[in-house]
Design a protein around this ligand. Structure first.
Ligand code: CA
Length: 313
């Protein structure tokens, strides 16, 4: 909850561990008209799971940028896209495992023993997943991943056997078939095997079928503009959207003055899933200034949706 009479407002950076620590998110505060006019601003945090010391770092120009009354953090309200790469260590809850540094970058889930599990709330399988792949390593003889929905004993939609890879730093991508996973569910990955450590997992993802037979079942049920990723971003971000019917499509970027600064799509498009990269340039190829921009998807039936990419460099 903030107020600002500074002409340019300011920015609240949320950083981990120190004033110069990893940037978890950045909240643009615009001029609210007076120091006593408080408004709620919100922004997205990334990589913010677990206990962290956070620093709120105030940026801007002028002698007083803003007044901050209070702030809160909310759990991710958005669903996890089953078809994007999901980092194993970004689970909602777990039992028995430990996170560890991964030699492929980032972290992994390790110290997995028989009966351990990791849970991811609100995973969106859309019209249905047909395969599961996991990035795994094992210096032992491996084990199995049971893919279950909505509970440790919930619906079993697939079982993935993981063999040894001759080392905890030797990774392979293991895939297996999935059936019966559609819509939004809490995903349970339950690990089974012999005694001792079974395998480590870096990431996993699900896949849609691309075969013609399954194509009709995997077409989007509704037209939707999804949040861009990464966000905030510095050089480029990817905007995903889906169309449930063939339609003229306009995908434009606007600044907060309501001025159109970039046109990403302006054509007739078929039913399907689309992704477009935006390199933070306007239609003339000029780099845009840091700040908050609006992505606006407009389709033929007057369906208009917006998201807010944040540009930082
Ligand atoms: Ca990982």
């Amino acid at each position: 909850m903030v107020s600002s009479a500074n002409a340019g407002g300011g920015t609240i950076e949320v950083r981990e561990g120190s004033a110069t620590g990893t940037l978890l998110g950045s909240c643009a505060v615009s001029n609210t008209g007076s120091w006593t006019n408080y408004q709620t601003v919100s922004c997205t945090l990334t990589n913010s799971a677990g206990d962290k010391n956070i620093y709120l770092v105030f940026k801007g120009t002028g002698t007083e940028l803003m007044r901050l009354d209070y702030f809160t953090a909310q759990n991710a309200g958005g669903n996890i896209d089953a078809f994007s790469q999901i980092e194993a260590e970004e689970y909602t809850t777990m039992s028995g495992i430990q996170k560890a540094t991964c030699n492929e970058g980032g972290e992994k889930v390790g110290y997995i023993e028989n009966g351990d599990y990791i849970v991811f709330n609100n995973v969106d399988f859309g019209a249905g997943a047909v395969s599961f792949e996991a990035r795994v390593a094992s210096a032992t003889s491996g084990g199995s991943i049971e893919v279950r929905l909505d509970g440790l004993s919930g619906k079993l939609v697939g079982t993935c056997a993981v063999a040894g890879t001759n080392g905890w730093t030797t990774w392979t991508t293991k895939s297996c078939a999935i059936s019966g996973a559609t819509g939004i569910h809490n995903l349970y990955l339950k690990f089974t095997g012999a005694s001792g450590y079974l395998f480590d997992i870096n990431w996993f993802k699900f896949s849609l079928s691309t075969s013609t037979n399954n194509l009709l079942n995997t077409l989007p049920g509704h037209t939707k503009l999804k949040d861009n990723f990464p966000n905030p971003f510095s050089t480029k971000t990817t905007i995903h959207y889906q169309l449930s019917e063939a339609t003229p499509v306009k995908l434009n970027i606007y600044n907060l003055l309501g001025e159109k600064v970039a046109t990403l799509v302006n054509e007739y498009q078929a039913v399907g899933y689309y992704s477009v990269e935006w390199n933070a340039k306007d239609n003339n190829g000029n780099h845009l200034e840091n700040g908050l921009y609006l992505t606006r998807l407009e389709t033929g039936n007057n369906c208009i949706q917006t998201t807010k990419p944040i540009l930082l460099r």
